[in-house]
Ligand binder design. Structure first.
Ligand code: UDX
Ligand code: UDX
Length: 491
């Protein structure tokens, strides 16, 4: 069982941390992470370890291994050729065009990686899908490889989905609940599964490595993300009921979470889930079910996404209605832009949706996030898509057609390095990301610097409701009824 070299195509949020941990746990294996993007690889190789992604604990692992048995390069062909095992960790965004637009995953990068492997490989390879893909994608990769292989080179394709969550990626990789490996149930397929398992056995107990057929593995990844997203949508649905009745969603979550059949995790009501995976993977599942002629199953999972959209819009509507149904020219401070704490990633962040909805109503936004780069915030808010969605869904949030998004962003958005500066003179603030530092801000100082009445909207339930109310804030929290409830928007 000898694996001496691993190559990973895609040096992103998945490929980078995964391979860094493999290198640290397997000093006898050479790991090379390759990427098309030279600037990204330059960051991974930077002298001062100014890595392209922020992930707690990652820098230390890279410092330990880089140059020893961990390498970052743009020389994709050389790394493919040298490797026994090749991970494919390129991104699989939702298609923005053509068949399946807005729902199906775009597999063009996966296909390009497979073709490249077939083109340059001169020896036998195990090709591992790390990216989340639709069920039966391994079969497509296998067909591409077989149709294009040269000189009798043999390939085995495995599915080895990633379960890491951003912000806790290093711990998730070092101490995973389980590792899942799916492979063809043939002699050579099972041998390939054992080879990959050998890599993980360097630090993971054998009994925690689950081996299945390829499709079970692919579908398990989609199912895991769909179930997690569904839990959030379920508790968010209950948060609306809580706000209408006087129950508190935190108390409800605690009460049900102590039932060992349900468990306490993923019951945190919020202004909606974000991130690169949940929405994409649930949409992917919906699309798959439709393609399999299972419309009832498709509709069931679609509701998870619909509930998330509803929650985002519902919270934005609450902000608007509390501010006397008009926010034009009012300053609203957005605390947090990343899709969750401890990451600089903004993909599908609910903050983007919140900002867009408020901008569509003419609000001036002051934005503060401790990690997200300013240019990323501007780029996210300058995309048209969300306003287009809101135009379709809710005429109250329609975009005036005359302005381009960029002009609007320039006019309405200011980004700050300091939260207190961002809050000065604001009518309201909205907590969109649950960064720990937001819990410890000096809210009396903030209250004194804001316009009155001062409004606090907690989309993450991290602030001390009573303390803020005692200071004088009008506080609105997801899943908690405010006594002096805001009037609904008049039609
Ligand atoms: C991952 C997964 O792999 C995806 O399936 C999952 O559902 C979301 O997260 P992630 O690592 O987060 O992707 O994506 P990203 O950070 O965008 O990294 C992908 C990298 O692949 C980028 O650096 C990109 O430059 C690189 N890439 C993309 C290539 O090297 N070659 C390509 O053909 C395409
Ligand atoms: C997710 C899965 O957890 C991971 O296993 C998979 O490999 C990739 O997708 P990630 O998107 O990085 O990971 O983060 P996660 O912690 O799952 O959070 C996703 C979103 O849900 C965030 O916006 C988060 O704030 C939100 N969330 C999470 C809630 O709103 N409530 C919760 O109780 C948990």
């Amino acid at each position: 069982m000898v694996v001496t070299k691993i190559c990973c195509i895609g040096a992103g949020y998945v490929g980078g941390p995964t391979c860094s941990v493999i290198a640290s746990k397997c000093p006898d294996v050479y790991v090379t992470v390759v990427d098309l993007s030279q600037p990204r690889i330059d960051c991974w190789n930077s002298k001062d370890f100014n890595l392209p992604i922020y992930e707690p604990g990652l820098k230390e692992v890279v410092q330990q291994c880089r140059g020893r048995n961990l390498f970052f390069s743009t020389n994709i062909d050389e790394a493919i050729n040298a490797a026994d095992i090749i991970f494919i960790s390129v991104n699989t965004p939702t298609k923005t065009y053509g068949l399946g637009k807005g729902r199906a995953p775009d597999l063009k990068y996966i296909e390009a990686a497979a073709r490249r492997i077939a083109d340059v490989a001169t020896g036998n390879k195990i090709v591992v899908e790390k990216s989340t893909v639709p069920v039966k994608a391994a079969e497509s990769i296998q067909r591409i490889l077989f149709a294009n292989m040269k000189n009798g080179v043999r390939f085995q394709v495995l599915s080895n989905p990633e379960f890491l969550a951003e912000g806790t990626a290093i711990n998730d990789l070092m101490n995973p609940d389980r590792v899942l490996i799916g492979g063809e149930q043939s002699t050579s397929g099972l041998q390939a599964v054992e080879k990959l398992s050998w890599v993980y056995e360097h630090w993971i107990p054998k009994e925690n490595i689950i081996k299945t057929n390829t499709w079970s593995s692919e579908l398990s990844k989609l199912t895991a993300n769909a179930f997690l997203a569904q839990r959030i949508s379920s508790i968010n649905a209950m948060s609306a009921v809580c706000e209408a009745t006087g129950a508190d969603v935190g108390e409800v979550a605690h009460a049900i979470g102590t039932d060992s059949r349900l468990g306490p995790k993923f019951l945190q009501a919020s202004l909606g889930f974000g991130g690169s995976c949940f929405q994409k993977d649930v949409l992917n599942l919906v699309y798959l079910c439709e393609a399999l002629n299972l419309p009832e199953v498709a509709a069931y999972w679609q509701q998870v996404i619909d509930m998330n959209d509803y929650q985002r819009r519902r919270f934005a509507t609450k902000v608007i209605s509390c501010l006397f149904n008009t926010i034009t020219d009012k300053t609203i401070t957005i605390l947090g832009f990343a899709f969750k704490k401890n990451t600089g990633d903004t993909r599908e962040s609910s903050s983007i949706y919140m900002c867009k909805y408020l901008m569509d109503e003419g609000a001036k936004l002051h934005i503060y996030d401790p990690q997200v780069e300013h240019k990323q915030i501007i780029a996210d808010l300058s995309h048209r898509d969300i306003s287009e969605q809101s135009e379709r869904g809710d005429s109250k949030m329609a975009t005036p057609p005359v302005e381009t998004e960029k002009e609007k962003v320039n006019k309405l958005v200011k980004i700050f390095e300091d939260p207190y500066e961002a809050l000065k003179g604001a009518h309201a603030f909205v907590v969109c990301t649950e960064w720990d530092e937001f819990k410890d801000l000096d809210y009396l100082r903030i209250y004194n610097s804001m316009l009155k009445p001062a409004f606090a909207f907690d989309g993450r339930r991290i602030l001390n409701y009573d303390a803020l109310t005692n200071i004088g804030f009008h506080v609105e929290t997801v899943g908690h009824k405010t006594l002096n409830n805001c009037l609904p928007i008049t039609p």
